[in-house]
Every structure is written in structure tokens, then in C-alpha cells.
Design a protein around this ligand. Structure first.
Ligand SMILES: NC(=O)c1ccc[n+]([C@@H]2O[C@H](COP(=O)([O-])OP(=O)(O)OC[C@H]3O[C@@H](n4cnc5c(N)ncnc54)[C@H](O)[C@@H]3O)[C@@H](O)[C@H]2O)c1
Length: 331
């Protein structure tokens, strides 16, 4: 499983769990040229998945992300409730609820039908891969594959090794994921939250601290994120940002600021209250902000529109943008 330049058309894949992410991951894999078996672990998925995937594919065609019409790509898709149809897959992507007990039950069903060479991966947001692979039949072929929603437009992908993962499998996925339009990150040593969620949650914790202690409103914290980090992060990460804007200034600030940043370990009351009251965010129009049903729908549509737009900008500025400019100058 470590051949160079893997070809998607020769690699049948499966997605297990067809909620929000399972559908966008399936879309991404179809656009890359894979044959995909999409497995619905619960009956409602059988009703909702196909229209959702079709909608993603039609929009992607319209946005010129793919040159293949939806019907053509859908001919490579099988949506099923039957685990036996996973038997031919070389790669399985589990994308069920973030609940270790549910995931464990799903892995047992997958392992019962796939050969020992098939890679099994989880889209878990934060459960350590070393824990998920503990009870696996073949722990060395178990990895984390952490996508960002909407998976058919974003370039983000973390490939995570657990303690027992065979690194060559991760390297193979790393190569393959370039064919999915990703700029992948290889997490060679398992750590809770992986890379991106450790970074994001450090910022979330501080955001709660500022609001709960009356330093700023939710609106102002959001505005700060959008117009500072949000301004540059599609182009560069924190390290390149410090290079761009002058390293010593950051060194100076860290000395005095790090000791006073929040180090809280409890789930903040602000989010606890919302969740206990049933708030889910846009999906039920109650979250940190309140929404009329019309506003909630418009936010969903606006996010979708933005995803396609920022993708275009991101593609113009890949990670190796400067290397490419240098090469163009030499030609
Ligand atoms: N939503 C995101 O932005 C995001 C980002 C990265 C990773 N993830 C991770 O992806 C996974 C799925 O998240 P989602 O946002 O697609 O969730 P979702 O709620 O949209 O979908 C959950 C899916 O889980 C499956 N499921 C539900 N109950 C089940 C059961 N009892 N047995 C088996 N399967 C069951 C179904 O397929 C259901 O559609 C989670 O592990 C989540 O942490 C989500």
C-alpha cells in the first residue's frame, strides 16, 4: 500500500456515515475519480444523503470545480445500508457521530467485511487515534483522516498516525490526498485535538474568557477574529505571519502576555448554558446569536457562497506560491 502516485480510479473507497461531513467527503472523492460506496448506518441517511451529494456535485460543476456533470459522477456512487458492499474497498473513511461507543460498533462491522490490507480511517475531530485503534483487528492500518467542512471545497486535511499506525500507510494517504485537491498535514505522533483543533481551541478558550469576564462582547470578539487572523490566514499561518511582520515584536509581547492568557480547564458556562437549553447554532436558529428562520437560512447560504469564493482565492495562493513565482521568473 505504498505505491507512488496512486490513481483514484484504481482505488475503490467507502464512506461510512452520511451526515454533514460524510456527504461532502463523498462529493470530494467522486470528483477526484474514485468509485465510492457510501454507507448509511442509520435509516434517515438513506433519504437525505443522495439529494445532498447531488446538490454538492451540481454546485461544484456550476462553480467549475469539476468538469464532470453530476449524473456522470453519480454513476460511480453506491449508497447502501449493507456493510458487505464495503468488501472491495481499499480505503474506508468512518464519519459517524463523535461518540467512541458508536464508532467502535461501526469499526467492528467494517472489519468483519474488509480484507486486512484495507485502510480504515476516522474523521474524528478530537478522539486520539491511539485510543480508537486499541481494539482494532489490525491496528497498524488504522489512521485518522480529519477533513474540514465543506470537504469538497476546503484544502485542509490532517492525516494522523496513532501509536500503532504503520507510517507508510500515512505517507500513501498523504500522496493520494493531493489528488483530492488537498494541502495535507501529516501528524506523525498522535496528540489529542491533533494540530488544528489544538490551535483553534486555544483561541476559543481565550474568546470565552474575554466575553465571560466582560472585556468585550461576542460581536466584538468575532469582529476581531474576522479582521485580524481572518485577514491573513488563507495566505499564511502564524509562523510565516510573524516572518512577514517582524519576529522581535512577537518575542517581546510573548514575555508579558503568555503568563496572563486563560488557562481554564472547565467547559465555559456561556456555552454550557446554550447547549443545556437545546441551542445548536444555525441548524435550529439558537446559538451564541439568535436568528429568525430566514436569517438562519441566509447564513447557511452565505457560508456556502463564501466557501466557493474563498476556494478560488486560496487556489491562487497555494502554500508554494513564492516557489512558483521564482520558477516562473527563471523560465
Ligand atoms: N461538522 C464538522 O465540521 C466536522 C469537522 C471535522 C470532523 N467532524 C467529525 O466528523 C464526524 C461526523 O460529523 P458530522 O458533522 O458529519 O455529523 P452529523 O451529525 O451531520 O452526522 C452524523 C452521522 O453519524 C451517523 N450516526 C448517527 N447515529 C449513529 C449510530 N447510532 N450508529 C452509527 N452511525 C450513526 C449517521 O451517518 C449520521 O448521519 C464526527 O466524528 C465529527 O466530530 C465534523
Amino acid at each position: 500500500m505504498n505505491e507512488q502516485n496512486p490513481e483514484p480510479k484504481d482505488i475503490p473507497v467507502a464512506v461510512v456515515g452520511l451526515g454533514l461531513m460524510g456527504c461532502s467527503i463523498t462529493t470530494c472523492l467522486l470528483m477526484a475519480g474514485h468509485q465510492v460506496v457510501a454507507l448509511a448506518p442509520i435509516p434517515p441517511d438513506m433519504v437525505t444523503a443522495m439529494p445532498r451529494i447531488r446538490e454538492h456535485l451540481e454546485r461544484s460543476f456550476k462553480e467549475k470545480i469539476t468538469t464532470h456533470p453530476a449524473d456522470e459522477l453519480l454513476s460511480n456512487l453506491t449508497v447502501t445500508e449493507d456493510y458487505k458492499l464495503l468488501g472491495e474497498s481499499k480505503l474506508v473513511i468512518e464519519c459517524t457521530l463523535e461518540d467512541p461507543a458508536i464508532k467502535k460498533g461501526v469499526y467492528e462491522k467494517i472489519e468483519a467485511v474488509v480484507p486486512d490490507e484495507t485502510l480504515i480511517t476516522s474523521n474524528t475531530s478530537a478522539i486520539p487515534i491511539s485510543i480508537l485503534q486499541q481494539n482494532a483487528k489490525v491496528p497498524s492500518r488504522f489512521l485518522g483522516l480529519h477533513w474540514a467542512e465543506p470537504s469538497h471545497t476546503t484544502r485542509f486535511l490532517e492525516i494522523i498516525c496513532g501509536d500503532q499506525t504503520y507510517i507508510k500507510h500515512a505517507e500513501w494517504l498523504y500522496e493520494l490526498s493531493h489528488r483530492w485537491g488537498k494541502e495535507p498535514i501529516l501528524v506523525r505522533k498522535d496528540i489529542r485535538g491533533f494540530i488544528t483543533n489544538r490551535l483553534m481551541y486555544a483561541m476559543f478558550r481565550e474568546a470565552f474568557y474575554l466575553v465571560e469576564n466582560g472585556y468585550a462582547t461576542i460581536e466584538d470578539v468575532d469582529r476581531s477574529c474576522r479582521n485580524n487572523a481572518g485577514y491573513y490566514m488563507t495566505l499564511v499561518g502564524v509562523f510565516r505571519w510573524m516572518d512577514l511582520t517582524g519576529v522581535p515584536a512577537y518575542h517581546n509581547v510573548m514575555k508579558d502576555l503568555f503568563p496572563v492568557l486563560s488557562t481554564g480547564t472547565e467547559v465555559p458556562k456561556l456555552i454550557d448554558d446554550i447547549v443545556k437549553a437545546g441551542g445548536k447554532g444555525i441548524s435550529n436558529a439558537h446559538g451564541f446569536y439568535e436568528y429568525t428562520p430566514e436569517e438562519a437560512t441566509l447564513w447557511k447560504e452565505t457560508f456556502e457562497e463564501f466557501s466557493y469564493e474563498i476556494r478560488r482565492l486560496a487556489l491562487k495562493y497555494p502554500a508554494d506560491v513564492v516557489k512558483k513565482k521564482l520558477a516562473a521568473k527563471k523560465d
